[in-house]
Design a protein around this ligand. Structure first.
Ligand SMILES: C[S@@+](CC[C@H](N)C(=O)[O-])C[C@H]1O[C@@H](n2cnc3c(N)ncnc32)[C@H](O)[C@@H]1O
Ligand code: SF4
Ligand code: SF4
Length: 380
């Protein structure tokens, strides 16, 4: 039934918008402004505004222990742990003074950036492909905390932004009060704290020195966590989270479906080990497994890898397939080939056939490929 018809048949009924956040705010605006319905009738209504921002600026706080900033290593609070078109100079407040002081400067940076983005003034977000103009809630809360430090990893993925860090891993013993920042973000959210979840996106958390890793694990153990891991090292803490928390998950960038391509991308011949660990993580879980496929022109845009990936996906009964482009060194032009379009198309078709949920995590390049060929899904 269309909204028009529903409103005619049930003129006094309350309205509950079940759409995903991305569309929900748009719907609030259109129900109130275009259909002239009083906002008190929308049961889950929140005041919204049309603004230029990005998902990170809107909802993330990234606690970063080592990232390249203006050619030097920096540590601090940021919105986006990886630059999207601004790899070396993205907005960041370096740690100084108490965690509270750093946090307040960070909130100020957020307001300044939003003001500049919406007034057309130059800002550190200039050149970033993540900016978007859309309806968003007026009231700000943090929904995701990113924890990261790119310095330690046992892999050598050729696309990884770690390659910008032409340095050897630094001593990680620097004090970093993750729990103080988690508490500050929770307090800031007030009664919306249950929305906060942690995105554990270290270089490779399972390869970090045990003392550092344990400290981080202590601090995040009571949160729903998404562990972004290469899954080459089985980790009991991660498995325990998957077994006990529905809201926790692992996000593994597999990027291929064959042993050869895995080695070519990751620089390690560990495809069988990763599959073995994924099967272990699959045992007894109530949390989710997400597998990711970063499309890489000339590397994994072929049938063997795409079909191999979907077969693994099916075997593990995975919850979501994240598709992405290489957001660091490649642009749409690099993807605008028949081979790539065919591979993305095949991927989508196989996933549709097997009831696999394909998620494009606001990747602009992949979004454009999907949009440009969406009319062909039926025909092929
Ligand atoms: C830096 S990694 C760290 C976590 C873990 N080691 C892993 O590989 O999943 C965090 C995420 O960034 C993604 N990533 C790294 N370089 C990328 C790039 N050039 N383009 C898109 N995603 C990238 C990885 O796929 C991974 O999902
Ligand atoms: S640099 Fe890009 S991703 Fe980071 S806050 Fe600005 S617009 Fe968002
Ligand atoms: S495993 Fe993760 S952190 Fe390590 S090189 Fe690959 S993408 Fe980068």
């Amino acid at each position: 039934m269309s909204l028009d018809e529903a409103l005619r048949r049930f003129p006094d009924a309350g309205i509950y918008v079940t759409l995903d956040t991305q569309y929900r705010y748009e719907a609030f605006h259109s129900i109130v402004s275009e259909f002239g319905i009083n906002e008190t009738r929308i049961l889950n209504y929140e005041p919204v505004e049309l603004r230029v921002s990005c998902e990170y600026l809107d909802n993330y706080i990234a606690i970063i222990n080592q990232i390249l900033q203006n050619g030097k290593l920096a540590r601090g609070l940021s919105f986006c742990c990886a630059g999207h078109g601004v790899p070396e100079n993205h907005p960041l407040i370096e740690f100084s003074g108490t965690p509270k002081e750093t946090f307040e400067k960070f909130l100020q940076l957020r307001s300044d950036l939003l003001f500049k983005l919406n007034s057309g003034l130059p800002s550190k977000c200039d050149g970033c492909v993540k900016k978007i103009r859309r309806y968003q809630p007026l009231r700000h809360i943090f929904t995701k905390v990113i924890l990261g430090s790119l310095c330690v990893c046992n892999f050598d993925c050729f696309y990884c932004y770690r390659h910008d860090l032409a340095f050897s891993p630094k001593d990680l013993s620097d004090e970093l009060d993750v729990s103080a920042f988690l508490q500050l973000a929770k307090n800031y959210n007030g009664d919306n704290t249950e929305n906060l979840w942690v995105y554990c996106a270290y270089g490779e958390i399972t390869a970090h020195p045990p003392a550092y890793r344990e400290k981080i694990y202590q601090e995040i153990r009571d949160f729903d966590v998404q562990f972004v891991t290469n899954a080459s090292i089985y980790d009991e803490f991660i498995h325990q989270h998957l077994k006990t928390r529905k809201g926790s998950s692992i996000n593994v960038s597999l990027d291929c479906g064959t042993h050869e391509t895995f080695k070519r991308i990751k620089g390690r011949a560990m495809f069988p080990k990763v599959l073995e660990n994924l099967r272990k993580y699959n045992e007894g879980r109530i949390g989710q497994i997400w597998l990711k496929y970063i499309f890489l022109p000339g590397v994994n845009d072929n049938e063997n890898d795409v079909a191999g990936f979907v077969a693994i996906y099916r075997e593990l009964n995975v919850d979501a397939a994240i598709i992405s482009s290489d957001t660091h060194t490649m642009w749409y032009e690099d993807y605008n080939t028949k081979k790539m379009f065919t591979a993305v198309n095949l991927f989508k078709q196989l996933c549709d056939k097997n009831n696999v949920d394909v998620v494009n995590w606001s990747d602009v390049t992949i979004g454009r490929i999907l949009a440009e060929q969406s009319f062909e899904w039926e025909a092929l």
